[in-house]
Design a protein around this ligand. Structure first.
Ligand code: DHB
Length: 396
């Protein structure tokens, strides 16, 4: 089989890129190692940047998001037992974020993909990438068919690696061709999902002497909460009651009083690479013009910038097939500029809100000064807001 682009990974990134390419008239296949149900069963972040919601609208897959998603024009920064609202809408000239699970986005994109009759392979086994640097990159995989195991080969112009940090794409890049920069934070996030009404109608980020806490949500009836925990903590150490007690201790008194608790439907310590442990960025030195596995940095705090990550390769591939190679040849440089800005914001926000080991007491005082500055300076609040809703694609 031959396509223009082989997308490895059928999560939100792979499916979004698939839809972007379809819109540009580019022929692509999505190859996913897991089943559709498995992909849709993954718990993922739930706040989308404005750029992502705009993109989903452009692609014609935003209808359910607008029906079921919750638009948030602000957030609360809590410290010292008080709330401080950051008015995202006003500070960014009308932008906002959307509470709508990434899993739901994936669902909508999968539906759109099958409605358009586009090819997705689920449960592909032994996926391997070949001839990266050559003119004819290939993806091979096996699949159970009526005649038992069948071998498949997809030849393409480009392979888009959308299968995450632990995926085969990243693992296939030759050692030495990839430089990794990472920051490992000395804590994790213990998260809980519960069918209880959210404690506040907007997200609440709390800096507390016992550690960070975040009150988020998936809907009016489903809450998502996180508390900072130690790196070696185990989820078995946390009964639901212990979680709710710890969360209550960290919230401002009025929220603590209003917190509705209930049995957790999911409880986990966020794997470090996925949520809060480390921000990492790659500097791909892979130079084959015909193939670039792409992968952007993970942000550990703030809305998910995934949509924007896909918009760029989507646009550059569209340009390439329209006859201009300049963009795709500079893909890494363009991409990394954006990625590092997302990493920078995440690093800054993480550093501001968490409790770090610090014997001298210098760190908490700097945090207190910065929080005080942030809520009183319109310029500082605007800087938080414009990063939180997502920097524009053509950003500086
Ligand atoms: C969520 C995660 C985040 O990192 C964040 O900043 C806001 C919300 C969430 O999972 O709901």
């Amino acid at each position: 089989m031959r396509v223009q682009v082989a997308i490895v990974g059928g999560g939100p990134a792979g499916h979004l890129l698939g839809q972007l390419l379809h819109k540009a008239g580019i022929d692509a296949i999505v190859i996913e190692q897991r089943s559709r149900d498995y992909v849709l069963g993954r718990i993922r972040a739930g706040v989308l940047e404005q750029g992502t919601t705009d993109l989903l609208d452009e692609l014609g897959v935003g209808a359910r998001m607008h029906r079921e998603g919750l638009v948030h024009g602000g957030l609360s920064l809590d410290f010292g037992g008080a709330h401080h609202r950051i008015d995202l809408h006003q500070l960014t000239g009308g932008k906002q974020v959307m509470v709508y699970g990434q899993t739901e986005v994936t669902h909508d994109l999968m539906d759109a993909r099958s409605a358009a009759g586009l090819k997705t392979v689920y449960e592909a086994e032994h996926v391997s990438l070949h001839d990266f640097d050559g003119e004819h990159p290939k993806v091979r995989y096996t699949q159970h068919g009526i005649n038992g195991k069948e071998e498949h080969e997809v030849e393409c112009d480009f392979i888009a690696g959308c299968d995450g940090f632990h995926g085969v794409s990243r693992a296939s890049v030759p050692a030495g061709a990839l430089q990794t920069f990472e920051r490992i934070y000395p804590f994790g996030w213990l998260g809980i999902l519960a069918d209880t009404p959210p404690v506040s109608h907007e997200l609440v980020y709390t800096n507390h002497a016992r550690g960070f806490a975040l009150c988020s949500m998936r809907s009016h009836t489903r809450s998502r909460y996180y508390v900072q925990c130690s790196l070696d903590d185990k989820v078995e150490n946390w009964s639901d009651e212990a979680f709710w007690d710890e969360l209550r201790r960290r919230l401002a008194p009025d929220l603590a009083e209003n917190l509705v608790t209930g049995p957790s439907i999911e409880k986990s310590i966020a794997p470090l690479l996925q949520l809060c442990g480390r921000a990492h960025a790659f500097r791909p030195a892979v130079s084959g013009r015909r193939c670039r596995a792409y992968r952007a940095a993970h942000r550990c705090q703030g809305p998910e910038p995934g949509g924007q990550r896909c918009a760029l390769p989507g646009a550059l591939l569209a340009e390439f097939y329209a006859g201009s190679e300049a963009g795709i040849d500079n893909y890494s440089a363009i991409c990394l500029r954006r990625v590092w800005k997302a990493v920078r914001f995440s690093w800054w926000f993480t550093s501001l809100m968490h409790k770090f080991p610090d014997e001298s007491g210098f760190g908490p005082r700097i945090q207190a000064a910065e929080l005080d500055y942030l809520i009183h300076s319109p310029a500082a609040s605007a800087s938080l807001a414009e990063n939180y809703v997502g920097l524009p694609l053509e950003s500086w």
